[in-house]
Design a protein around this ligand. Sequence first.
Ligand SMILES: C[S@@+](CC[C@H](N)C(=O)[O-])C[C@H]1O[C@@H](n2cnc3c(N)ncnc32)[C@H](O)[C@@H]1O
Length: 247
Amino acid sequence: MDKSYYHAHESAYKEIKTKGFVGWGNAKTLNDLGDAVTKQYLQETVEKYFTNPQGKTALDVGCGTGTTAFMLAQMGMDVTGIDISETAIGMGQDLSRAQNLNINFIAGDVLELEKLNQKFDLIYDSHCLHCIVFDEDRQKVLTGAKKSLNEGGIFVLDTMVMPNEPHNLKAGFEPLRFDDDYILWHKTKPSAMKGVVEINGQHWCAQRRIYPAHVVIAEVAKAGFVTVSHRLDAQDNEPSMLRLILR
Ligand SMILES: C[S@@+](CC[C@H](N)C(=O)[O-])C[C@H]1O[C@@H](n2cnc3c(N)ncnc32)[C@H](O)[C@@H]1O
C-alpha cells in the first residue's frame, strides 16, 4: 500500500512511547486516558442506547492506544479497535494484557473497514475522522462504517469542527498552516506520501480537516446515515467537538 498523510501518526506514537506515556495528553496510566466530557458522554450514550451492553460488539475507529476501546470493554462490550499506527496498536495490546481485558487490537486502515468482514452493534469514531483530510477518503470511512453496522446499531461520531470564531483557531495553530479549505497542514520533509505538497520550496503534510459542523452533517447524510442526536461542545480557542449519533 502506498503511504498516505495519515501514516504520519506513527511517529507521534513512537515519541509518546519513548517518553513513557500510554497515550495522548501525557497519560501515565489507563485512567489518565481521555477527557472528562468525552468519558461522561460515552457512558451516557451506551446507557441510553443499550439496555444491556454485555456482549454487544463495538468497534473503536482510530483507537490509538485504546482510550475509548477500554471504556467500552469495561462496560462489558466485546471490543475491536483499529488504528493505522502499529506502535499505538502494540501499546494497546500491552495495556489490555496488563488489565486482563480481551480487546481485539488491529493495525489497519479505517478507509478499509469492510476488510474487517464483521458487523458491530456500536461503532465509535473517537476523534479519527478529523484526521482524514480528503473528501473521497472521508466518504470511504463513512460508507465503510455504514456497511459495518448491525441492524439497529449506532455509529457515534465524535469529531473536531470549526468553532464560531475561526480567527482564534488560526492563531492557536501557529506555526502550522490552516488554509481556506479547512485543512490544517504541518511542515514536513519532501516525501512521495499522498497528501504532501510543496509550496514555495516548503513541504507540507495534510494533518486535519476541521470543517464547519453543517459540512460534516451533510457528509454523513451522503453516506446514508440518519442523525438521531446532535450535540456541539465549544472549547476555548480550540476546535469545537461535534458529537453525532447516527443510524
Ligand atoms: C486524535 S487520535 C485519537 C486516538 C484515540 N481514539 C484517542 O481518543 O485517544 C486519531 C487516531 O486516528 C488514527 N488514524 C488516522 N488515520 C487513520 C487511518 N487511515 N486508519 C486508521 N487509523 C487512523 C491515528 O493513528 C490516531 O491514533
